[in-house]
Design a protein around this ligand. Structure first.
Ligand code: SF4
Ligand code: MG
Length: 316
């Protein structure tokens, strides 16, 4: 079966004037299968949100192809574009900023229904109630305003809004990062349940690997605008190949104190370089504990080192 999303060599560069070009997304190719959850991970500023926004066409791609359901999304017009806008929805990081404070929760959720003219009157009301219940809220919440809700509840409202027009694909841009740790698991479980019930496909963006572990089938790791490693969630945790992924994983505490005490932490030197002035060759080489001479000369291409395990590093 054809993957629902195929991204080939997608780039998103921003021209900042004065000859300055910000290569926010530079090497980005993935395929996402129908019904799967693909986790996209990297530190803030690595380009993961920009990648998400380019996929959903909030930005035009500078280069490359984004094929959704067999169609290049950057070439869509008219009816097909409208269909795409319905089929792909986004859930945003900040459940405070992304909900209009002057609109009732019912009207926020129904925004897409109204734009696409799907339901009116009693049917519309019924659909809003159905969505509220689907995300674990109640009918009476429809007439209330966003400020009356907790962070976790607001994120549920954001999810209901995204689901209102029955999309096939949801891009969730750090949907749990702003929530209390105690609420994060609940929201992740809600995403999982909705996926099962509605057959959704997710691109789930997060800034650390611990957050995507329990939801992702496969994971892509980004560094400075480049996808450096892509594989199944299990393989990534069991056998990370890229030195950057290895350092990210070594930063996650292990519950067993005995293991935690004896294992080695990889502490990276320095900060992430500015994307305006990235290093030559491998973008990670200024911080990589295993950098070699040739790492400065050329960008390592992504290679399938083991079946379904892609890594962009000269060590392989
Ligand atoms: Fe490190 Fe070189 Fe691999 Fe880059 S290519 S991650 S610098 S070993
Ligand atoms: Mg972001």
């Amino acid at each position: 079966e054809q993957p629902i999303l195929q991204i080939r060599n997608m780039k998103k560069h921003f021209n900042l004037g004065n000859g300055k070009i910000l290569k926010a997304v530079d090497n980005f190719s993935i395929e996402i299968k129908r019904g799967e959850t693909f986790g996209l991970v990297g530190e803030s500023g690595c380009g993961k949100s920009t990648a998400g926004r380019t996929i959903i066409k909030l930005y035009d791609a500078t280069e490359g192809e984004v094929i959704f359901d067999g169609e290049d999304v950057h070439k869509l017009t008219g009816k097909k574009l409208k269909e795409f806008n319905r089929n792909m929805q986004m859930v945003f990081q900040d459940p405070y900023a992304s909900l209009n404070p002057r609109m009732t929760v019912g009207n926020i959720i129904a925004e897409g229904i109204d734009i696409h003219g799907l339901y009116k009157g009693a049917k519309r009301k019924e659909r809003v109630m159905e969505l509220l219940r689907a995300v674990g809220l109640n009918d009476e919440h429809a007439s209330r305003f966003p400020h009356e809700f907790s962070g976790g509840q607001r994120q549920r409202i954001g999810i209901a809004r995204a689901l209102a027009i029955e999309p096939k694909f949801i891009i969730a841009d750090e949907p749990i990062s702003a929530l209390d740790v105690s609420v994060q698991a609940q929201v992740v479980n809600l995403f999982k349940r909705l996926q099962k019930e509605m057959g959704l496909t997710y691109l789930f963006i997060a800034h650390d690997l611990a957050m995507v572990k329990h939801i992702s089938d496969r994971i892509g790791v980004m560094y400075l605008g480049n996808l450096v490693e892509v594989t199944t969630s299990d393989a990534l945790y069991a056998k990370p190949l890229h030195p950057y992924t290895q350092s990210l994983l070594s930063a996650i505490p292990i519950p067993d104190p005995e293991v935690e005490r004896t294992r080695e932490r990889i502490i990276l030197q320095g900060d992430v370089p500015s994307p305006l002035n990235p290093p030559s060759g491998c973008p990670f080489r200024t911080r990589c504990p295993q950098a070699m001479a040739k790492c400065a000369d050329s960008m390592p291409p992504s290679k399938e080192v083991e079946p379904n395990h892609f890594v962009a590093c000269h060590l392989y």
